[in-house]
Write a protein that binds this ligand. Structure first.
Ligand SMILES: [Zn+2]
Length: 274
């Protein structure tokens, strides 16, 4: 055996060991992801109502005054959705959830909880695509499949749609019209503050929500996606922002389709109702 042959053999052995290691790591990772998909690793913080929470009147709150809609995108997730639902229930606030089809398929029990607790279930496409990259058929499939799943889970057909990234396309708009859903529902975003998905922490996100809140504002928040990677303590923004807005006279409503476009929310074909 020449020196070169030996070197080749050592190289082959090294290659084999690396491949073996990679296989072991990948199969462990797949098991882990599979367990998470089945909800077995559902673990996240929960919220315990305070004495002040327990004294609140039940929703809806149809008093006059500025009304804001909290909207949560990309869910549901076992990490964040249970806490957010806990807070909304404790604070007697209804909200609007733009759910992803793939996440809803993985966690139908959370979709049922969203609906059972009086929130609005809305469509945010199947797996969060960039619509300008999709042909007509794929665009329709993303929207239709999600609506059919949410209808089968809740028994109610969603009528609101929000584009992933807020990014519309002519193919998507045509599919929405064919399927009888609203055009893309946007949100109000006028400050340069950090949104929840940028992991700025509880103080920063509270500041963002309170700053954006005006009458009819639809506030963009998330209960899955990038926010899952933020420190769990960031979630404390939610009870704090709700308390601060109430102290300023705000009530909380949900998003509903509207023929009149909302100037506050980038021309969204929707309105905030009690
Ligand atoms: Zn999204």
């Amino acid at each position: 055996m020449s020196f070169d042959d030996r070197r080749r053999n050592v190289r082959s052995l090294l290659f084999f060991l690396v491949a073996l290691l990679a296989t072991v790591v990948i199969s462990f990772g797949a098991d882990f992801a599979g367990a998470a998909d089945r909800g077995e690793l559902a673990s996240g913080p929960r919220y315990t109502p305070t004495a002040a929470d327990r004294a609140l009147p039940p929703a809806p709150d149809d008093r006059a005054g500025p009304r804001v809609a909290l909207t949560f995108d990309d869910g549901p997730s076992p990490q964040l959705t249970p806490y957010i639902l806990d807070v909304l229930a404790a604070k007697r606030v209804r909200a609007t959830f733009f759910l992803q089809g793939d996440h809803s398929q993985a966690h139908p029990e959370l979709v049922r909880r969203v609906q059972a607790e009086g929130h609005v279930v809305a469509n945010h496409a199947w797996q969060h695509p960039w619509f300008p990259d999709l042909g007509a058929e794929d665009a329709e499939q993303e929207i239709r499949r999600t609506n059919e799943l949410l209808t089968s889970i809740t028994g109610q057909r969603p009528t609101l749609f929000r584009y992933p990234f807020g990014q519309s396309s002519p193919e998507g708009d045509a599919a929405l019209a064919r399927l009888g859903l609203t055009g893309g529902v946007h949100w109000k975003w006028t400050t340069n503050r950090k949104g929840d998905f940028q992991c700025g922490g509880a103080d920063a996100v509270t500041d963002y929500v309170v700053t954006e809140a005006t009458d009819q504002a639809m506030i963009l928040l998330h209960d899955a996606g990038d926010v899952v990677g933020c420190p769990p303590s960031q979630l404390e923004y939610l009870p704090r922002a709700i308390d601060q807005l109430r102290a300023r006279g705000f009530t909380f409503g949900v998003v509903a389709p509207s023929p009149v476009r909302s100037a506050v929310n980038q021309g969204s074909p929707a309105v905030v109702v009690p």
